[in-house]
Every structure is written in C-alpha cells, then in structure tokens.
Write a protein that binds this ligand. Structure first.
Ligand code: NAD
Length: 402
C-alpha cells in the first residue's frame, strides 16, 4: 500500500486530503498539523479585534476526515528529507512517505527590521490573533489607571489587505474598547503606517480612491510614505521622503505587524530551493527536482504566465492547488500522467469591518454593502469547499442583510 503524507491542514493541505480520501485505490493518507483544528486564516483579524470568538473561524480537523483512509497526527514538522523520503516531527517518530504534499503555510515576514519580532504583535494563527485581542483589552484597562493616551492608539504596520482588514475590524470594536477605557469612541485612534505612497497596487485608481475615502470616513489614520525602520518598545520609528534618514516616531499601546508573509521556515531547513520560504514549482505543482513531492499554498511560488511573476499567495489559490494535487496524486497512484495546474481567479475582495468591503469578483467591481455580502459568500464557499456542509452550517456567515 502506498503512503501519501500531507504536511499542513490549512487551505491547501486539508483540501487535498478531503478530495483524495474520496478516491478509491490502494493507498493510505497521513495528515500532520501542529494544531488539532483547521482555521480560516483569512478571518484572523476578526479574532484579533474580538469581533468573533476563535471557535467561529476554526473546526476540529478530525471532524472532516475519513478515519478509514486517513490518520491524523497532531505535531510540528521540523524537517523534510527528500533523499530518504522521511519527515521529522518534534514529538513523534519520523514518518516515511511514497508521495509527499508540503502545505506548511505562512509566517510573518519582518524583513530583518530591528525590534519587529520582539516589540510588535504578530497575527499568524489563532493563538497570536487571540493574544492581540487580550493585549488591547489590557491596554484599555491600563488607560483607566494611567490616563496615558498612547494606550488608546492601535497601530498597524503595513496597509496591505491584512492591515486594512484588521483596521476595519478594529473600527467595528471601537465602541467596546472605549467603554472599557472609559473614553468616547473617537478617542480610540486606529493608525496604519505604510511605506508605499499608493495602497492596493492590484486595483485601479477608482477602486483605490474608494478604499481611501472609506478608510477616512471610518476615521482610520492612514500614514502613507512612512517606511518603518525599527520597532522599539511601544514605539514605531519610520523614515519619510521629506525627513530622510532622520527617523520620526509614533507611540502606541498596541502595535501589530502585518507587512507581508513568507513561507514556512521548514522549507529552508529542509534544503528546498526556496526564497522567503517559497519554492518555484513545476506546472503540475511538483517540486521540479522531486517527482514524488508536491509543494502547494504559501510555501509555493506558481508562475503567472501573463506577468511572469508568481501569483500572490492567497487562500483562493491554495484551495485550488489542494484540489489539483488530489487529482494529480490519483493519476500518479494509477500510473497515469499528471495534469498542469491552471489558476482561475474569482477576484479579490477585502472587508473593512462587518458591513463594508471593496474589490473585484467574477470580473466585476464591488463596493460597499454588496461587496460585504460577496465577501461573506466567499468565506461560506471556502467553508463548504474544505469543511463540507456541516462546517458551513455551523461556522458560515448568514448575517448578510444590514
Ligand atoms: P502584503 O505584502 O500584501 O502587504 C504588506 C504591506 O506592508 C504593503 O503595502 C507594504 O508596502 C507594507 N510594508 C512592507 N514593509 C513595510 C515597512 N517596513 N514599513 C511600512 N510598510 C511596509 O501582505 P498582506 O497584507 O499580509 O497579504 C499577504 C497576501 O495575502 C497577499 O497576497 C494578499 O493579497 C493576501 N490577502 C488577501 C486577502 C483577501 O483576499 N481578502 C486578505 C488578506 C491577505
């Protein structure tokens, strides 16, 4: 019996297992993840702000596995050895595979910026997202005693999609934070510090201006053209074109780091040909150097034939890759040829709080309430796609009308 080993139960890994477990054949699947649950990484900002409890964006992995076909191991992968076809785990014995799917996901990219790891909060998984929420509540309580206005400032480093979605989720909770601190909501300051002078490079000027107006209307202070150089304790140091090397600073009781992501450090530790934890993969999603190894999701870089650059890492592409891996593994197990992967983008929508959003879906621009509807439907589709009907019904967003 052939052994298929899948590392990571995020969008790509869990989708691959869910699809492959339905295939007939003489094979067994082992799935490894450091957590016992799958979580919707696209919704972490809601746990960080406290808009949703962690249970709303996560579900037990075992709940969606066919235990006749799949063994689940809760452990951390430390290394892949492609020569001996073994994977080392932190607590369990090493595992052997015939076919391997590496889907180990992302970690926060600090670009080596001084103090970013130590002095900014990361938002990369359920634990770190919950830690942000607890931190904010502590700062609000501290304000009652100290009256230090900096404690009321929530500062987000980077205004990419993650930063903007987090800022929007903070806006939704502003009133609650203010009540805890004993101030008016307008005294809770939400700031995004961004290096670029233009945000959202994937959108045209009209959509960008819409986003800028929306952020302004929601009283989010977007500081453009501010390149963060260092994070000291409770303070962000940045350079602007006007002030050059003479660093400016802004203090805040809560500082969250969302300036981009890289693939899991396991890729580098395992000797894959990676850059920032991502491996350029072949057209059928395999490692170009190893026919029995698939690399998908945030640890992979799949070239967009139109731009000749890798597609951005998103939940959407990861899920499609997971489905395609299952198809190709089924082919390989039957001794058939693999198929090339073609990415079908269904668009990109960013939420700004529960009732605002903007972006593009199915080739159409979407804004405002209809966009927030679309965004919730995207999340529901993802739940159905990976978790199935049970997870959709228990975790789906059905608050579609406002
Ligand atoms: P990102 O790389 O898209 O954005 C990071 C932002 O931080 C950029 O605007 C960058 O200019 C800024 N930045 C980097 N270094 C900086 C510095 N030193 N000082 C100040 N600003 C700095 O990262 P992300 O937002 O985490 O997104 C990661 C991926 O996930 C992207 O592909 C994104 O499209 C995707 N994503 C999609 C959604 C969605 O579809 N709704 C939501 C979140 C993330």
């Amino acid at each position: 019996m052939k052994e298929v080993l899948v590392l990571g139960a995020g969008y790509a890994g869990l989708k691959a297992v869910r699809k492959l477990q339905k295939e007939a054949g003489d094979f067994h699947i082992t799935l490894v993840d450091r957590n016992s649950y799958h979580y919707e990484a696209t919704e972490l900002h809601e746990v960080a702000s406290g808009s949703q409890p962690k249970e709303k964006i996560s579900y037990p992995i075992r709940e969606v596995l066919d235990d006749k076909k799949v063994t689940f191991i809760e452990d951390e992968v430390t290394k892949v050895d492609v020569e001996t076809k073994t994977v080392t785990l932190k607590h369990h014995d090493a595992l052997h595979y015939d076919y391997l799917v590496v889907a180990l996901g992302f970690c926060s990219e600090t670009f080596g910026i001084k103090g970013a790891k130590e002095n900014a909060l990361q938002m990369v998984d359920i634990d770190t997202a919950e830690a942000i929420h607890h931190h904010i509540l502590d700062q609000m309580k501290r304000y009652r005693e100290t009256k230090d206005k900096d404690l009321l400032r929530l500062l987000i480093c980077g205004a990419g999609f993650t930063g903007i979605e987090l800022a929007g989720a903070f806006v939704d909770e502003r009133k609650r934070y203010a009540e805890i601190a004993g101030v008016s909501p307008s005294e809770i300051e939400i700031v995004c510090v961004e290096a670029a002078s233009r945000i959202l490079p994937m959108f045209d000027d009209e959509m960008m201006n819409y986003a800028l107006d929306l952020l302004k209307k929601l009283d989010i202070n977007l500081m453009l053209g501010c390149m963060i150089k260092e994070i000291a304790e409770g303070k962000v140091l940045y350079a602007t074109e006007a002030t050059g090397e003479e660093l400016q600073s802004i203090s805040a009781g809560t500082i969250v780091w969302t300036t981009g992501v890289s693939g899991s450090p396991v890729m580098g530790a395992s000797g894959f040909k990676e850059r920032r934890g991502r491996v350029i993969i072949a057209s059928d999603l395999r490692d170009p150097d190893h026919d029995d190894v698939y690399i998908v999701g945030d640890v992979s870089a799949f070239m967009d034939p139109e731009t000749n650059r890798p597609y951005p890492t998103t939940a959407q592409i990861a899920t499609q890759m997971g489905a395609h891996v299952a198809k190709n593994l089924a082919h390989q197990l039957k001794g058939e040829k693999t198929e090339d992967f073609v990415y079908h983008s269904q668009g990109t929508v960013a939420s700004v709080g529960n009732t605002h959003a903007f972006g593009e879906a199915m080739g159409n621009k979407v804004k405002g309430y209809p966009a927030s509807f679309v965004k919730k439907m995207i999340m529901n589709k993802s739940l159905l796609d990976i978790g199935g009907l049970k997870e959709l019904l228990s975790h789906g967003r059905f608050d579609l009308y406002h």
